[in-house]
Design a protein around this ligand. Structure first.
Ligand SMILES: Cc1cc2nc3c(=O)[nH]c(=O)nc-3n(C[C@H](O)[C@H](O)[C@H](O)COP(=O)(O)OP(=O)(O)OC[C@H]3O[C@@H](n4cnc5c(N)ncnc54)[C@H](O)[C@@H]3O)c2cc1C
Length: 375
């Protein structure tokens, strides 16, 4: 597929970069201020249609936004990506009129923060193995169980929670529910002590006899797994954008360091020049994969293979770029308060979430060969 960014998208990138570089802070707490500033600009609803309070931007424009935000603060980037792709889109795609009216404008304007609760102990890559239960009761359901590693846990206003009505039915029992933060029986744990992305709180989410009315079920009973899987393509493109932001920032930082060393009279060794040339070339290739996946998604065509390729390639590159750039920069640039340290610590998780890169390889192979039983 031939692909190049149109002038309009270059302008959008400039706008997003200017915002990220001038308005985002790089503190060490949950980025409330960053999210509020993003909301003021409409960015919390970047690709959501205008009729629902969003900016009505294309998915490619949203991809550029997450890339630029993540160059400066990858924690803010992932919170926004989760909020949009798996927190807001599900209501746009699968919500009833009541659910859309109740939640979409608030989510799109950033007055509400959305989150996605699928993973459990024993149900990560194999999400179908989840054991959180939903039991039908008068007027709704009682949910019991515990989710793990939930981005924006304890901070989000609305969680998309997946639970099974009948474990013996496998994926056909899984159902999706919209759970408000204030629901009795919902408890978020303390933020996990992670190696990176520390401004993005990641917590356990317990549900003890949590009542949700029937009107808070998203889609029909048994449609939850289909809903979860249908969101992952967009989610993975968002993570590829986050990885691009980290890789691009690491490469630019290192090129800057090389230039300043040359000015000081030190010659950049050929080996170092070759490494940075390879990284920069692969970075452009990763961008093409991500932007073309975003364009396929925008067209409405199936983009499962493209999204997995983009996420896998860009996240592997982010880890490699952060690692090699640490090697290449002079020693003073490797302290824990250097941006390089942040790129290095934040990059790793992009290989893990929204489906690990082993799972992406399985998805790509399955899409290529349609071999059943690979999973
Ligand atoms: C910072 C962070 C934020 C997260 N945010 C969210 C969130 O907001 N919502 C949410 O629901 N989840 C979230 N997750 C969970 C994330 O999606 C899972 O960690 C991920 O899907 C992997 O699951 P797991 O950690 O249980 O690993 P496992 O599934 O236990 O896998 C362990 C290893 O085995 C490999 N593996 C597993 N199965 C196969 C296979 N069939 N073939 C080959 N290799 C395989 C994996 O690739 C991995 O290397 C988050 C995780 C992190 C770390």
């Amino acid at each position: 597929m031939f692909f190049s960014l149109l002038e309009e998208m270059h302008k959008k990138r400039d706008e997003y970069r200017c915002f990220a570089e001038n308005e985002l802070d790089e503190g060490d707490h949950f980025p409330y201020e960053n999210l509020a500033k993003a909301a003021e600009r409409g960015y919390m609803g970047c690709p959501i249609p205008r009729e629902w309070g969003g900016m009505g931007e294309s998915f490619l424009s949203y991809t550029l936004l997450i890339e630029e935000i993540s160059r400066v603060c990858a924690s803010t980037g992932v919170i926004m990506a989760v909020h949009t792709s798996v927190g807001t889109y599900p209501i746009l795609y699968f919500g009833s009129d009541d659910q859309k009216n109740s939640y979409l404008p608030g989510l799109a304007r950033g007055e509400l923060l959305g989150a996605f609760a699928l993973t459990e102990a024993g149900a990560g890559s194999d999400a179908a193995a989840l054991s959180t239960t939903a039991t039908a009761v008068d007027g709704g359901y009682l949910i019991n169980g515990c989710k793990l590693f939930i981005t924006a846990g304890g901070e989000a206003d609305l969680y998309l929670v997946f639970a099974t009505l009948d474990q013996s039915q496998g994926v056909k029992g899984i159902t999706a529910f919209l759970v408000e933060k204030s629901s009795a029986g919902l408890t978020a744990g303390k933020p996990e002590k992670k190696m990176g992305l520390n401004r993005s709180h990641t917590t356990e989410l317990r549900m003890d006899d949590l009542f949700v009315p029937t009107g808070s079920r998203l889609g029909k009973e048994g449609e939850g797994f289909k809903i979860a899987m249908s969101l992952l393509d967009g989610g993975r493109i968002g993570i590829s954008a986050q990885a691009l932001g980290l890789a691009g920032a690491a490469i630019d930082f290192t090129v800057g360091d090389m230039k300043s060393r040359e000015k000081e009279g030190f010659k950049v060794e050929q080996n170092a020049a070759f490494i940075i040339a390879d990284l920069a070339t692969r970075f452009e290739a990763a961008r093409l994969l991500s932007y073309s996946a975003a364009s396929v998604k925008q067209s409405g065509e199936r983009c499962t293979k493209e999204a997995s390729m983009a996420k896998m390639f860009a996240s592997d590159l982010a880890v490699e770029a952060a690692t090699k750039c640490l090697d290449l920069c002079r020693i003073e640039k490797r302290t824990s308060d250097s941006p390089l340290s942040r790129y290095f610590c934040d990059a790793k998780v992009t290989q893990i979430y929204e489906g690990s890169n082993q799972i992406q390889r399985i998805v790509i192979a399955r899409e290529l060969t349609k071999i059943t039983g690979l999973a």
